[in-house]
Write a protein that binds this ligand. Structure first.
Ligand code: DAH
Length: 318
C-alpha cells in the first residue's frame, strides 16, 4: 500500500512540475512536455502494476476444525440466544467438511476482484462473447464483484504449484459469494454462493473427477445417487461438462428427473501455463457449482429469494 501512496505522491509532484511549462520559452516547451509525459507514463504503469500485485497476493488455506458429522445435527455453538446461523452458512460448512474429509484444502474467495482474474487468467479471449455470459457487475473504478468462484483458480494454481514440484498434488476447494446482474425470480438471484474445486497432479483423469463429484453429492445427500453428464462449454476447461444428479425419490424426484448441479472439466492447458504450471507434465480438473441450489433440493425449497430475504419466518425453520 505504502508503495502505491508514494507513487501517487510522485505523480502529483510531476503534475505540479508540469505546470511550469508556462514559464518556459516557447522553443523549450515541446521537449519539456515530452520528458514530463514520459515520466508520467512510467509512474502510471508502476501504479497499475502495484495495484495488480495487491490483488495477486498469495492465498493461504483456512483451518476449519469444527465437528465432522456431516449429516448430524449442528453442534451447539451454531445456535445462540440471538438467533441462529443462516442456513446457507451452516450448509456451506457441511459442504466444506466433506471436501476436507477427502483431503482438500479450503481457500476463501474474495468479494471484489478484477478483469484479469475474472476473465483473462481463465482463457477468455479479449472481446469474446463468452464474457457476456456472466452478467458481470463492475464498480465505477473497474473492479468486479466476482460472477463465479473460478476467479480464484489462477491464485490457487500459482500459490500451490510448489506442491507439484515436491511431488504432491494440488487439491483445493474455494467457497465464495458471487454476484450477477440477473433478472431476479424464483430460480435466479443477484447474490448467491458457489464452491469451486481445483485438482492438479501428474496423472489425473476425468474418471477421477467424476468419482470425487459422485462421492461429494452422495455424502451431502446421505444416499446413493444416479449421475449423468452432458457436454458443456467453458473457456477454462477442455473438454467441459455439465454434471447432473437424478433427483432422489426421498426428495420428491421421479425416475429420469435429472438436475444440473455444476460445471466442470479438464483444466485448459492455457490456464495452467498462465499460472506457471507445465501442461505437458501436469493435468488438472476443476468444477464449480451453486450452493443455494444444493440446499434448495435438500430442504425442498421452491424459491431462491428466501435466502437473501431476511424473513425471520423462513430463517426460523432451520
Ligand atoms: N464458473 C462456472 C460457472 O459459474 C462453473 C465452472 C465450470 C467452474 C467449469 C469450473 C469449471 O471450475 O472447470 O458457470
Amino acid at each position: 500500500m505504502l508503495e502505491i501512496e508514494s507513487l501517487k505522491q510522485e505523480l502529483k509532484n510531476i503534475n505540479s512540475e508540469a505546470a511550469k511549462i508556462r514559464d518556459l520559452p516557447v522553443e523549450q516547451r515541446a521537449d519539456f512536455g515530452k520528458k514530463i509525459n514520459a515520466r508520467r507514463q512510467e509512474i502510471l504503469a508502476k501504479i497499475a502494476e502495484a495495484e495488480r500485485a495487491l490483488l495477486d497476493i498469495e492465498v493461504e488455506p483456512i483451518d476449519i476444525t469444527a465437528w465432522s458429522g456431516v449429516n448430524e445435527p449442528l453442534p451447539e455453538f451454531y445456535l445462540t440466544d440471538m438467533g441462529s446461523i443462516h442456513p446457507l452458512m451452516s450448509e456451506l460448512d457441511r459442504v466444506i467438511k466433506i471436501y476436507q474429509m477427502m483431503g482438500f484444502d479450503v481457500i476463501e474467495a474474495r468479494q471484489l476482484d478484477d478483469e484479469f482474474h475474472m476473465f483473462d487468467s481463465l482463457n477468455f479471449a479479449k472481446e469474446h462473447p463468452a464474457r457476456d455470459g456472466y452478467d458481470t457487475f463492475r464498480t465505477e473504478e473497474g473492479y468486479i464483484p466476482p460472477a463465479h468462484t473460478s476467479t480464484m483458480q489462477h491464485r490457487v494454481l500459482k500459490s500451490y504449484r510448489k506442491k507439484l514440484e515436491k511431488g504432491e498434488n494440488i487439491a483445493v476447494v474455494v467457497p465464495g459469494r458471487v454476484f450477477r446482474n440477473e433478472d431476479v425470480d424464483a430460480t435466479h438471484e443477484h447474490t448467491f454462493y458457489q464452491c469451486e474445486g481445483v485438482y492438479v497432479s501428474e496423472k489425473c483423469t476425468m474418471g477421477n473427477m467424476l468419482g470425487i463429484l459422485r462421492e461429494f453429492f452422495e455424502k451431502y445427500y446421505g444416499q446413493k445417487l444416479n449421475i449423468r453428464t452432458q457436454p458443456g462449454y467453458f473457456p477454462f476447461t477442455e473438454p467441459s461438462l455439465e454434471f447432473m444428479i437424478e433427483k432422489p425419490k426421498s426428495l420428491g424426484g421421479k425416475k429420469g428427473d435429472f438436475l444440473e448441479m455444476l460445471g466442470c472439466g479438464m483444466i485448459h492447458p492455457n490456464v495452467l501455463k498462465m499460472a506457471g504450471i507445465d501442461p505437458a507434465r501436469y493435468h488438472g480438473f476443476a468444477w464449480g457449482g451453486g450452493i443455494d441450489r444444493l440446499v434448495m433440493l435438500k430442504y425442498g425449497l421452491d424459491d431462491v429469494r428466501h435466502f437473501e430475504s431476511g424473513n425471520l419466518r423462513f430463517l426460523k425453520e432451520f
